[in-house]
Each structure stands twice: as structure tokens, then as C-alpha cells.
Design a protein around this ligand. Sequence first.
Ligand SMILES: [Zn+2]
Ligand SMILES: [Zn+2]
Length: 342
Amino acid sequence: MDTVHYHEARKFEILKKPIPEIKDDEVLVHVRFCGICGSDEHIHSGELFADIFPLTPGHEISGEISKVGSAVTELAVGDKCVVSPIITCGNCFFCRRGNEVMCIKMVGYGVTRDGGLSEYVVVNEKNVHKFKNISFQDACLIEPTSCAVFGADRLQLPVGSSVLVLGAGPSGLILSQLLKVNGASTVVLAANKGVKTALAQEIGAADVYVELDRADPEAQWAKLKVDYPYGFDAVVEATGSEAIVNRSIDYVRRGGSLLLYGVYGPKAQVHWPPSKIFLDQITILSSFAQRYTFPRAVEYIESGKINVKGMVTDVFELKDYQAALDKVSSRDALKVVVKTSA
Ligand SMILES: [Zn+2]
Ligand SMILES: [Zn+2]
């Protein structure tokens, strides 16, 4: 089978490997598509985790089951499936307190062990979730959706809240839709003008759209202040941009919440006056991963309540993985996926 094989950071080749063997509690997934996201860029440059190479990356996996181990009970050959990439130890300080997303020994398919940029991947049965009525391509959006569901759980939005979502990447579009059906009376989506904000409007991701001018967005930021003088009950920062996260706090209503949901560079800094957070009683939250939210993510996408049609903007062959990575870092793609099998 063909795989993307990293020898070390920035050094990969497309390697032919034998199809791996499975253990009793594992399944062999014939991967159809694998989504690429910002963390794959960090894996490429070696700045996300230490000592992960050699590695086959890819954690937004969709495919079908081609073999099941003898102890597998919930899955069968031919099932269409996605993979929850996170594996927690169940035994560390945090796992023992039921806070598995904070597991200090967390590992993951496509992050610290071989993932889906390959024709086949071996996965523990517990990490595999079935789906039925969506395409393999769209199913690559289930993993980001499950992270968004986890983030929405953390936010605990009261009914009738006003929400500002900053950023119209896949996460921004999914969170907008999720909050729209879970407590928000109004969702305002603000993002740079371009292909992403155009799609946001096409699928009706929010109620109000603010298109920021890339070169000089000051007029739009000022208008947002005029239109919403009391700010928003919740602001979701989903750009990962240092400039925007710094600004985001200015749009949180007194008593409101700010959810940090971008992948921020290790050197990015925020400069917020603690007196504002203190006097305005602002709650600052973050969410970066998920546990136990895959089943809900599958249902949201299958029901269409979260519409992912059109979010996959670019499809690459496995052999063109470098081009896929380049596209992710460009500004004109939404979800980039790699077609791993014919
Ligand atoms: Zn991802
Ligand atoms: Zn643990």
C-alpha cells in the first residue's frame, strides 16, 4: 500500500509498505479520504510534539472496514466509518478524575502513531464510528465537528444568547451552525472577505455576516461596535491569529464568555487588561480536542443540521501531499482532503 512516510520533520516520501496486521480488538480501515488541517502543518514542521517520527500523519480519516479482529463486536466488514484519533491512557492523574481530554499520556492516530495518509490504517475498535448517508469526502468533516461539539459543551451557551464567531474556516463554519441550533438567538460571523465567507453565506452558517477587508478592516470592526454596543454573550475566536485574539475580548458583553478555539503559535501573546476581565466578569475558555463527542458529530452531519456541503474545496492524490500542505497554508482553501485510495 502507498503511505506518506515521514522520516523526520519536513522529510517525507511516498513509501510502499505491506498492509499491516491487526490485533484481536482492532480493525483494518480501507481509507478513502483523509482531511488535512492546521495541525498537519505543525506536524510537518516538527513543532507540535517531540519524538513522533517516523510517522504517517492524517487524523481526519474516512473509509470502510476491510477486516475485523476476533474480539471486535460492534463493527463489520464493509461498514463506512470515521476514526476518532485520540487515545487516552485511562490511568494518569487526569484520566483517573474523568478528565480524559487532559490526559498527560494522550497519543493519537496520525499524530503520534500511524494515521490515515495511507491506503490502510489499523485502528482500535473503540476509536471507530460508523456513518451511513453521507459521502466519504464529507465524512472528513466529522472529526472537526466532534471537536466543535466538545467546544460547545464547554461554552454551555444559555438559551437566547447572542454570539460572535471570528473566522470562517471549517471550525468557524461548523461552530456557527452548531451554536445557531444550540442556544444562540443570533450568530454574527466575522471573517476576511473571500471564498470562505462566500460559502458561509451560501450554506447559511450564521444570521449576520461581516466581511473584513484584508488590507484595512478598521471600518468593519468599528461598525461592529456601533451595531452591537453591548457586545456578545459569547465570542468564539476561531482564526488562530494573534491580532484577532487580542481584539476579540473587546466584543465580549459584560458577564459574557470568550472561547479560544484557534491553533495559536507558541510565541503568540495576548495583552488584555485584567481589570476589564475582573470588572466585566468575563469567562475565558478554550477547547482543542474532544472525547466522546463523535456519535453526536455523526448525527449532526447526517441530519444536515450541520451542513458541510461545499466545504471540501480541494482534493489531492496521495502522491501530491506536498501540494495539499501548500494549499492548506494558502488563504483560498476551506477543507483540503487527500484521496488515499482509487
Ligand atoms: Zn485536524
Ligand atoms: Zn491519561
